[in-house]
Design a protein around this ligand. Structure first.
Ligand code: PGA
Length: 303
């Protein structure tokens, strides 16, 4: 068989994503180019690799064997690249990270100072919500991921770093803003703005309500912490948010943290990867950097 590395890469991407179009997007080439290469691969194999049922494509038996082989080869080539970098002792090359959206308030800054030290590192960052980050973590798509709420799982290696303090955030002129002790019952009567399902912040909020046997009718669901912050400042309601996301607004006295019983919630931020994943030299160096430096640069306190 005459297979090229590029064909295997395309094939692996189409199989994993279940779509020619998404594979083309991922690899920055056109969809017809993907089809041609897959066709050539099928000619070389002498068997179809995909079958179409309705609008979906599925791997045939030959396709499954090819998928196994191409995944193995791509992993081996990746680790070969890492070994060569290690031998050279140079901190350079790609750094793949998936990061929950709320971490955008500190992670780019950590990366910025890291890149000043190691300018040849090529960061590939994906900011997305918790559900998508977990999906990528389980697919072993990144060097590691950054997230706020990690459930116990023996397949995961977790490294806690910064404190992640979550509070009930309100506009500075909210009627409850200066109240000393707000009960959860009182809180539940307020208008709540919540994140979309799949968000880690939403997950905290839902667990909290469940733990206290509380039920609320969310006033509005919004797709980002930024949108929630704006809506809270506009007086539309209150919300659970990580204090990392409201530092500036608290400083200029636009937003405040309410004194609610049981709050704030003290959590941590975590770097996470699958157990057994061998980190590249770049990834290991960045992970050590986060663990050593984040507290000096970004610790957040309630006051
Ligand atoms: P989110 O995640 O940005 O998806 O809300 C935050 C978290 O994991 O704590």
């Amino acid at each position: 068989m005459h297979l090229t590395f590029q064909q295997l890469k395309l094939f692996e991407s189409v199989s994993r994503l279940g779509s020619y179009t998404r594979a083309a997007e991922e690899l920055f080439i056109t969809q017809p180019a993907v089809s041609i290469q897959i066709k050539r691969l099928e000619e070389q194999t002498g068997l179809p690799l995909f079958e179409k049922v309705g609008k979906k494509i599925f791997l045939t038996a030959a396709g499954k064997a090819m998928y196994q082989a191409s995944s193995d080869i791509l992993i081996r080539v990746d680790s070969l690249k890492d070994s060569i970098e290690e031998l050279k002792g140079e901190i350079k090359g790609p750094l793949h990270l998936s990061v929950v959206t709320t971490a955008k308030y500190f992670l780019p800054h950590l990366l910025g100072t890291f890149l000043q030290k190691y300018p040849d590192v090529e960061p590939k960052l994906k900011f997305t919500n918790r559900a998508r980050v977990i999906e990528r973590l389980m697919n072993n798509d990144d060097d590691f991921v950054i997230m706020g709420q990690v459930q116990k799982d023996e397949h995961l290696e977790t490294y806690p770093f910064l404190n992640n303090i979550l509070g009930i955030i309100a506009a500075a002129d909210h009627p409850l803003a200066n109240k000393e002790h707000i009960t959860l019952k009182e809180l539940a009567k307020q208008r709540f703005l919540i994140r979309e399902s799949g968000s880690g912040t939403r997950y905290v909020f839902d667990s909290l309500l469940k733990d206290h046997g509380l039920e609320i009718e969310p006033y509005m669901e919004l797709g980002s912490s930024e949108a929630i912050k704006q809506a809270v400042m506009a007086g539309l309601g209150i919300a659970v948010l990580s204090l990392h996301s409201v530092q500036l607004e608290r400083e200029v006295n636009k937003l405040t943290v309410l004194n609610v019983e049981g709050f704030p919630l003290k959590r941590r931020w975590y770097a996470v990867h699958l157990k057994g994943r061998k980190l590249s030299l770049v990834a290991r160096t960045f992970l050590d950097y986060i663990l050593d430096e984040s507290n000096k640069l970004f610790n957040v306190e309630l006051d």
